[in-house]
Design a binder for this molecule. Structure first.
Ligand code: HEM
Length: 564
């Protein structure tokens, strides 16, 4: 009797789970079949049991294990040039996804239908960001926060923050000088620390001095990121992951909440003394200070609350802290990568580097301190048109991010062949890497040609509207794009004529081989261990899957002083 009730307790749930999996599985597989019948493009090799996972696995096997997963699409993309989209079915691991690499479908995703951010994104980002934030919000909540934060990122306000960037780049120069004519160092590590200092200075008005010594806040974020993955079961199932991320999340949170409270008190004080000339000639306000100012103004005007009675509402403070964590997360790796690849491109194209230097000589003079000039006249960066062209061309070839959205019931895309694709139950990703080198859109797509950003609209090289989208288009475009373009320009203006940076991968690989020892060498010689693939599409500094698509192995590099 006991045995039979026990078996009922075990067998019934097990059978229910199996039936549930079969029913859900059947329904999902049938949807893919229906899409196939509609003519939706998808790579060959689809299986009823594993969707396109085996196709993906075959492609990934040809790449280094840390290569960016989008690289696996390289052979598949040309097969779908007529539709400029294909469906990858990640069953049973994830939702099927439309992989987009044309302008029209990108426009439908980001602008025409402005599809929502994936519903599970908030949960995946939560250990890093702490909860709800701009990048995962939708609807009215997103509108409220975006309108509050937009003024802080406006072009004119960003210009007023150039001196903060110059301060951080000054430290970067000091560290490059210390490394000059010495051993190998990781450029990626240095640009990541620089980007962190710039973001915290500009968004929070806090100097972490993280470039000289890793700050506890940066350490906490890096540790959380090291324990984070969107998909890797080895990380996700590790029982230590949750407590580690919780512990370091608390460190980040308490630091930001402390800084936020300080800024709030400062803002109230400055508002109370608004007519005091000493207060009004203060230095430029950080992004969050402007948001707090707007928050106080709204409280005063809408709720008629007197200034002295305004307090930082707990709910507002919690989400504001998440927004700052988001800025630091969204802006740190991506910007660091963009700076690093810009130096890489200059190192590979000496004539371009010469033109950049000559532009800086013309605008800043050949023997002045460009940092000091920029502090006084930040608008000078807008005269550096060729420098900007170099940065854009780098972002075209090495975009650090992509865009993922959820489909909606009733919304159908139309691909270039005219096929209608119902988006319900699908996700859609705009693959910047492939939109940016789509040969239908770009002339000489794989070549690094900054001049394409300076030619007239009737020139063959002229970029077609909507084809360049590293920061995405539409209402959910990147709020930090002006900051990024300013930061890289300032970095180049202050370094390009002073330093000469060269990648040192061959040397790095030789050192790594030497560390492996005799045993591994023997295994390779007899063929037990295969030859390691370290190049992707001819590039040793290939983009990896680390958030922001960092260059492989941290971009080992050497630096020397120009003319010495
Ligand atoms: C090279 C550097 C950067 C690149 C390539 C980049 C790229 C992007 C892209 C593609 C999106 C849209 C994502 C989507 O559609 O799902 C985005 C959104 C966003 N980015 Fe950036 N980003 C960069 C730097 C920054 C910086 C420095 C900040 C902040 C200081 C920042 C803050 C944000 C935020 C808050 C959003 C969400 C905007 C919204 O949904 O309203 N990003 N970024």
């Amino acid at each position: 009797m006991v045995l039979s009730s026990l078996s009922v307790t075990i067998v019934v749930p097990v059978i229910s789970i199996i039936v549930y999996v079969l029913v859900v599985g059947y329904r999902r597989r049938s949807r893919i079949n229906a899409l196939r019948k509609l003519g939706v493009a998808m790579p060959a090799g689809w299986s009823w049991w594993f969707g396109h996972l085996r196709v993906l696995d075959e492609k990934l096997k040809k790449l280094p294990p840390d290569a960016n997963v989008y690289m696996a699409m390289h052979d598949i993309v040309p097969d779908h040039a007529d539709s400029e989209v294909f469906l990858m079915d990640y069953w049973p691991v994830a939702e099927p996804m439309l992989m987009i690499f044309g302008i029209e479908l990108s426009h439908q995703t980001s602008t025409k239908y402005d599809l929502p951010k994936p519903s599970n994104q908030e949960h995946s980002f939560s250990p890093i960001i702490g909860g709800s934030s701009l990048i995962t919000m939708n609807g009215e909540q997103w509108k409220f926060w975006r309108s509050l934060l937009n003024p802080g990122f406006s072009a004119s306000h960003m210009l007023s923050l150039i001196p903060n960037i110059v301060d951080a780049v000054d430290v970067f120069c000091e560290l490059l000088e210390q490394n000059a004519n010495k051993g190998l160092f990781s450029l990626d590590d240095m640009t990541t620390r620089l980007a962190m200092d710039v973001i915290t200075r500009t968004t929070l008005d806090t100097d972490l001095d993280n470039q000289r010594n890793e700050h506890k806040f940066a350490h906490a974020l890096n540790t959380i990121l090291n324990w984070h993955s969107f998909w890797d079961p080895r990380i996700l199932l590790n029982p230590l992951r949750v407590p580690v991320q919780w512990y370091y999340g608390r460190i980040m949170s308490s630091f930001i909440r402390g800084e936020l409270s300080k800024r709030f008190v400062e803002m109230k004080r400055s508002k109370a003394t608004i007519n005091d000339s000493a207060a009004s000639t203060k230095k430029a306000k950080s992004v969050i200070a402007l948001a707090l100012e707007e928050y106080i103004t709204r409280k005063q005007e809408h709720d008629k609350t007197p200034l002295e009675n305004i307090h930082l509402d707990e709910n507002f403070a919690r989400i504001a802290a998440n927004q700052i964590r988001l800025f630091i997360f969204a802006g740190n790796d991506t910007t660091a990568t963009a700076i690093g690849y810009t130096y890489h491109m200059l190192s590979q194209h000496p004539t371009v580097l010469a033109k950049v230097r000559s532009e800086h000589d013309t605008i800043f003079g050949s023997d002045t301190d460009p940092g000091a000039l920029l502090r006084q006249q930040p608008a000078l960066i807008n005269q550096c048109r060729y420098t900007l062209a170099v940065i854009k061309e780098t972002l075209r070839l090495y975009p650090p991010a992509s865009s993922i959205r959820d489909g909606l019931p009733g919304v159908s895309f139309v691909d270039r062949k005219g096929t209608s694709i119902p988006t319900e139950h699908l996700s859609a990703t705009i693959m910047h890497n492939y939109v940016h080198v789509n040969p239908r859109l770009w002339h000489r797509p794989l070549e690094f040609l900054p001049d394409r950003w300076l030619v007239n609209a009737d020139h063959k090289l002229y970029p077609p509207p909507g084809a360049f989208r590293p920061f995405e288009h539409g209402p959910r475009n990147c709020i930090g794009q002006t900051l990024v373009l300013n930061e890289i320009r300032v970095a180049l203006i202050m370094t390009a004529r002073r330093f000469y940076l060269q990648p040192a991968y061959e040397e790095f690989d030789a050192l790594e081989r030497a560390k492996e020892g005799v045993w591994m060498e023997l295994m390779r010689k007899v063929g037990i261990k295969g030859k390691e693939c370290k190049v992707v599409l001819g590039e040793r500094a290939y983009q990896t899957s680390r958030s922001g698509a960092h260059p492989a192995d941290g971009y080992p590099c050497r630096v020397s002083l120009v003319g010495k």
